[in-house]
Design a protein around this ligand. Structure first.
Ligand code: ADP
Length: 425
């Protein structure tokens, strides 16, 4: 069935007002309704356990009360129905009619080599996201289910835009994105570095240029997104030249539960000793490693901090490893960029953990980085600003990222004139 759309964002007025940002996973669906005029979050919630028993939608009411509603959600379409009902709920709803939603932005993990910017979703875009599914088996099929469900529930008139995690990294040169394995695997399967968190790295690097009062074209920046998932990116003249994550978000340095890059033999060695399938090995590297694997305490850095303060030596080791690995990547990107004008810390840990920034900047003293230790200590829980002293050779900045807001802003900048025609999959 054809549920086509001849609408475009511009048809609905030059300024996009209310953007619904969707992050669809295989069994979850997070949403935020954002007014791009004043950047207010009008509604926010998540559907959990889609396709399972005990599915529910959780959201906050306008007065801040948390509501959890059990709702049958056998599939993503039913999840979107629940989102719709929450948005237009007579008591708690942020809007009175769905027509108030100007456009929907979908976060899409893997855009491969096809997409270097956000695009209006049409059938050719859908086909490419599907084609890339083998590179992101946990993510892309779920995003497609989200797009299809959105088309069914919100109807053909609402334009949908795909915002790719990989897009900003598409400027990387071959020498940075190739792996030194037989070339045929690149040709056959597209095995190469793609990089992720692109929306966040793009936002903080552009913001950094603004704050420095310089054109992005003339800057060499290193952006550190340190959260549950973490990556560092080298941005030269506004373009990515290298990033830590790779074919998948497992690459780079240690994260909450991910190992980051390691000697590939570690994987074959353990798999052989423990008789593990690739799937089992992948679970260990993705879900049981990183801060959790080393500390044995938790993947959440707040818990690791508390354990370290209690004298837990493995929590301490996990932190020492993390700080060291971050500093080494910054050092290598300093060389890759041929110098550095600014370093940005962002995301959950980058924004809230002064100790991490202090320890990393200690390593960077050899590059002339000088940290304002007093301000750094205060810079947490929403306090942002310049972390370095005025005489530091490299400016170090704390910038808050907000991927949903960045996606909403991106949509409000997109001028789409081509018509879309979505076919239900
Ligand atoms: P995700 O990758 O899931 O978006 P976040 O960027 O939200 O993750 O980062 C989550 C991490 O940030 C967790 O390890 C958490 O401990 C840490 N974090 C979040 N808020 C704080 C805080 N106020 N103080 C210390 N750490 C925090």
């Amino acid at each position: 069935s054809l549920v086509g759309s001849e609408m475009c964002i511009r048809d609905r007025g030059t300024i996009v007002m209310k953007i619904l940002v969707i992050n669809a996973g295989s069994s979850s669906l997070k949403y935020q309704l954002i007014d791009t005029d004043n950047e207010a979050v009008l509604a926010k919630g998540n559907c959990e356990r889609i396709g399972q028993n005990g599915a529910f939608i959780g959201f906050k009411t306008p007065d801040g009360k948390k509501i959890n509603r059990k709702t049958q959600m056998l599939n993503h379409t039913q999840a979107f129905e629940a989102v719709k009902n929450a948005l237009i709920d007579p008591e708690y709803g942020a809007i009175s009619d769905l027509s108030e939603v100007s456009a929907v932005g979908h976060r899409v993990a893997q855009g491969g080599a096809y997409f270097d910017k956000s695009v209006l979703v049409n059938n050719s875009v859908i086909n490419k996201i599907r084609e890339l599914a083998p590179l992101a088996p946990l993510h892309n099929p779920a995003h497609l289910q989200g797009i299809e469900a959105c088309t069914r529930v919100f109807g053909p008139k609402v334009p949908q835009v795909a915002v790719f995690d990989t897009a900003f990294h598409q400027t990387m040169p071959e020498k940075a994105f190739m792996y030194a394995i037989p070339y045929k695997y690149y040709e056959k399967f597209g095995v190469r570095k793609y990089g992720f968190h692109g929306t966040s790295h793009r936002y903080v690097s552009e913001k950094m240029a603004d704050l420095m009062g310089r054109k992005k074209e003339e800057l060499k920046l290193i952006t550190c997104h340190i959260g549950n998932g973490s990556s560092i990116t080298a941005v030269k003249g506004g373009k990515v030249i290298d990033t830590t994550m790779g074919l998948t978000p497992l690459g780079g340095f240690m994260m909450g539960t991910r190992s980051g890059s390691l000697d590939p033999s570690v994987i074959t060695f353990i798999a052989e000793k423990e008789h593990l399938t690739p799937e089992e090995m992948s679970k260990i590297l993705n879900k049981e490693s990183g801060l959790l694997g080393i500390s044995g305490v938790s993947s959440d850095d707040r818990d690791v901090c508390a354990a370290e303060a209690d004298g837990n030596m493995r929590a301490h080791l996990a932190h020492e490893m993390l700080y060291y690995q971050i500093a080494k990547y910054i050092g290598s990107y300093y060389v890759a960029l041929g110098g550095c004008d600014g370093i940005v810390f962002t995301a959950g840990i980058g924004e809230n953990q002064p100790m991490l920034r202090e320890k990393v900047c200690d390593y960077l003293e050899c590059l002339g980085v000088k940290l304002d230790k007093e301000f750094n200590k205060q810079a947490t829980c929403g306090v942002t600003g310049t972390l370095s002293t005025p005489d530091s050779a490299i400016r170090v900045e704390l910038i808050a990222t907000d991927e949903e807001m960045v996606i909403a802003r991106d949509l409000s900048l997109i001028h789409i004139s081509e018509p879309t025609r979505l076919r239900c999959i």
